[in-house]
Ligand binder design. Structure first.
Ligand code: FMN
Length: 187
């Protein structure tokens, strides 16, 4: 089978619980970001950007998540506190994909948002091609305005996803996929 088809056929998300190190090295990170920014983009607007959470920055992001969670839930138990504190450091590397779509004279915002989705998928495929594993998550941190501001997002920017990246602790099993008969019609 063609190598690319084989890669796309076997790629699966691997959740943070099954992601181990080592984290991608500097060159792999460069490849990931380069390929994630090489996607269809109507109007060449680059309506997305990336924030890399590597090394100690992952703990720093976790401390911000915990701080915000505690403001809402001062009674949060130990397990809950630990989950927030390790929200980013549970994976070897996290890349936030930020959608920065804005109204434009010619290019609908919807299309700019779709381009961010394409970027996330390109990032996941590039990770798989490098022998890495990944998972595209949002979780509450993507939807909390305080957290978004704390990591440097402007008001209009949104999190398309936090892509967690590492190495698969064990090969993932596939999950059922939609039957083409249910999703395809011929006009
Ligand atoms: C925009 C977006 C956000 C997602 N957020 C989460 C999430 O917060 N938590 C989660 O368990 N899965 C989330 N997922 C699902 C996983 O990324 C993934 O699709 C799922 O684990 C199975 O994927 P696979 O078919 O690539 O193996 C999200 C998917 C997308 C597209």
């Amino acid at each position: 089978m063609n190598e690319t088809i084989a890669l796309m056929s076997r790629r699966r998300s691997v959740g943070p619980a099954f992601l181990t190190g080592p984290a991608p090295d500097a060159q792999e990170l460069q490849t990931l970001l380069t390929l994630a920014s090489r996607v269809p983009d109507h109007g060449k607007l680059a309506p997305w950007r990336f924030i890399v959470f590597a090394g100690d920055a992952r703990e720093k992001a976790g401390r911000l998540a915990l701080e915000i969670k505690l403001a809402d839930r001062p009674d949060l138990d130990e397990a809950g506190r630990a989950a927030e504190a390790s929200r980013f450091s549970r994976s070897p590397l996290v890349i936030a994909l930020v959608s920065r779509a804005v109204p434009h004279a010619k290019i609908p915002e919807w299309e700019q948002v779709l381009s961010a989705g394409a970027s996330a998928m390109a990032l996941e495929l590039a990770a798989a091609a490098l022998g890495l594993a990944s998972c595209w998550l949002t979780e509450w941190v993507a939807y909390d305005a305080r957290f978004r501001a704390a990591i440097g997002l402007a008001e209009h920017e949104r999190i398309a996803g936090f892509v967690h990246i590492g190495r698969a602790a064990r090969p993932p099993e596939d999950r059922p996929r939609p039957a083409l008969a249910d999703i395809v019609t011929h006009f």
